[in-house]
Design a protein around this ligand. Sequence first.
Ligand code: BJW
Length: 224
Amino acid sequence: MRIVILTGAGISAESGLGTFRDKDGLWTQYDLNEVATPEGFAKNPQLVTDFYNARRANCASAQPNAAHAALARLEAALPGQVTLVTQNVDDLHQRAGSRNVIQMHGALMSALCAGCGHRWPAPPVMALTDRCPACGQPRTRPDVVWFGEIPYHMDAIAEAVETCTHFTAIGTSGQVYPAAGLAAEARRNGAHCTELNLEPSEISRVFQTRRYGPASQVVPDWVA
Ligand code: BJW
């Protein structure tokens, strides 16, 4: 058995981290073009830096919930058989104990030099004047994937999705590609596809098994 699990913001909602597209989500408070595109960063880097500093602080004070813990137990019970692909930039999967985690949209706790590409642990509060420890340029940016940028680790993700026997999407609206296309790809390759979400997503028809409810309940039930 080879299991690929794709998680989205919904799995961290009960840890107190906001989702993007729910009725009180981040994109109702911020214009995504201003804070989640390279063009937005070029236009107003301080606004974007402040947005991610606030999210990093929220993340630091949040705790993994029962859904994160259940996925860590699954990986421990099936060594080498579980690949966790997350769109989330928080570190709650890792803090819950998951080890084989691919963060396709980057990580809040990492900083990236837009000049030389070097990465280093982000300070709690990033400043535009921070210099890259490798090249010395003051071109620090959050190490996250904005619209129009290529998600990270796509080769490893493609390989895992092509060879998995089970694919489970958890807490994602299925509105952002290429992540939203992974379930259909897994299904084409013969995997059994399961959706665990608060409500049917944009792509719910792709899944043979669907369970709806809060992640802290449906994920431990699915793992059990
Ligand atoms: C609960 C719950 C509870 C609530 N329990 N559930 C077709 C193919 C390829 C690309 C495109 C395409 N069409 C368009 C594109 C371009 C674009 C795109 O997708 N645009 C769409 C808007 C249409 N994509 C891109 O630009 C991507 N790059 C790219 O395509 O490069 C070229 C390429 C092509 C092909 C292969 C490879 C490369 C980059 C996308 C980057 C997205 N970045 C963000 C920000 C990251 C940093 C940050 O966090 O600030 O990623 S945007 C935001 O959306 C974030 C998320 O990871 C992502 C997905 O959101 P998610 O996780 O699904 O959250 P929500 O809020 O949408 O949904 C939450 C769900 O949880 C809901 O369903 C709730 O019901 C549920 N829920 N509470 C369980 N308690």
